[in-house]
Design a protein around this ligand. Structure first.
Ligand code: AHM
Ligand code: MG
Length: 352
């Protein structure tokens, strides 16, 4: 009788929340899993919901005082990127299985060990990417990568060293775009899945299952203002896309928030580029918490990500905040890229 009553309720039986999905995936791919990984990811989803609430009220908060001022509740106002950073550090810090975090906002890695539990995960993140866009109501995002604490490594003595792992070691990666809606996209190496935040009940609900990057798109995405300082082969590649050399004339789309620009590239195809420039010969984007998670997601969705000379996920990092050029896109655009930018030879190093 009880199941009959439940069957008659008016809830949508098709709804799958991100927590349900993570647990289902774990049962399917690692039946022995203890659930500790989903506990870690729930810390990230909670922090992003806290950040999203602030992002949505950004204009209102500005009305009652600027960063550093006091708001109507008597709270000290924080800049949104500082708030997003503290939300993640707090939500991950109370999860005893997290050993270390590293953030774009902090010079050094932070270790949580010494508080009772031996953590086994390392989480690196950019808490609020593209934050200069906040003031003008343009999309921003959070981006993260999860690694295992290498065996035998002491997280208290060597927090930075524990973060310096190539992207192929990532256990999970994801991002949240705070856009016209809020969407979280993640992978654990079994495809890429997207969840839209339903603000009416505060849960991320499965909206994009098993995302595949189109083999060929119609957009390229790079900061055209730097055209003169792009290396010549990059200029030639972009001219090729623009002039119809790929069978269609590519249009330019550039937001200036990596997470939002990549999200469009993931769903609509095409290519995103932040090449080396005169000002930033190593590119601008950060390897550990921008390029690596994007590359993991792109590859899982059938795309390719390179620095121009190497597959992104094979770069051995030497510093937490190191930068890399990033070129990421669908198969057709990246095959053409390889042709122009020698000796990338990236596709051949990829399985499948
Ligand atoms: P941030 O991490 O300080 O916000 O900077 C990274 C952002 C990326 O989101 C975006 O792709 C890039 O900077 C844009 O840079 P530019 O203004 O040079 O085109
Ligand atoms: Mg950033």
């Amino acid at each position: 009788m009880k199941s009959q009553a439940l069957a008659n309720t008016k809830t949508d039986p098709m709804i799958v929340t991100i927590q349900q999905h993570i647990l289902q995936e774990q049962r399917k791919h690692s039946p022995q899993a203890s659930g500790s990984f989903s506990w870690l990811l729930s810390g990230i989803t909670l922090a992003t919901k806290m950040t999203e609430a602030r992002v949505r009220r950004a204009g209102l908060l500005d009305m009652v005082g600027t960063a550093g001022g006091i708001n109507v509740q008597g709270e000290v106002q924080q800049k949104l990127d500082v708030y997003a950073d503290e939300a993640l550090i707090h939500c991950l810090g109370v999860r005893e299985n997290v050993a270390i975090v590293a953030s774009e906002e902090s010079e050094e890695a932070i270790t949580f060990d010494g508080r009772g539990g031996p953590g086994k995960y390392v989480v690196v993140f950019d808490p609020l990417d593209g934050s200069s866009n906040i003031d003008v109501n343009v999309s921003v995002g959070t981006i993260f990568s999860v690694l295992a604490l290498p065996e035998g490594m002491n997280s208290v003595d060597e927090p930075e060293k524990a973060c310096l792992q190539p992207g192929i070691k990532q256990l999970a990666a994801g991002y949240v775009v705070y856009g016209s809606s809020t969407i979280m996209v993640y992978t654990t190496g079994h495809g890429v899945h997207g969840f839209t935040l339903d603000p009416s009940f505060g849960a991320y609900v499965l909206s994009h299952e098993n995302i595949r990057m189109p083999e060929q798109g119609t957009y390229y995405s790079s900061n055209d203002a730097y055209w003169d300082s792009f290396p010549k082969p990059y200029q030639e590649y972009l001219s090729h896309l623009r002039s119809g050399g790929m069978g269609r004339r590519y249009a330019l789309r550039y937001i200036g928030s990596l997470v939002a620009d990549f999200h469009r590239t993931l769903l609509r195809g095409g290519v995103f580029l932040y090449p080396p420039t005169d000002k930033n010969p190593d590119g601008k984007l950060r390897l550990l918490y921008e390029a690596n998670p994007v590359a993991f997601i792109a590859e899982q969705a059938g795309g390719v990500a390179t620095s121009g000379t190497q597959r992104i996920m094979e770069i051995e990092p030497t510093e937490i905040h190191q930068r890399t050029p990033l070129i990421v896109g669908g198969k057709s655009e990246m095959q053409a890229f390889e042709h122009f930018i020698e000796p990338a030879n990236v596709l051949s190093s990829l399985a499948g």
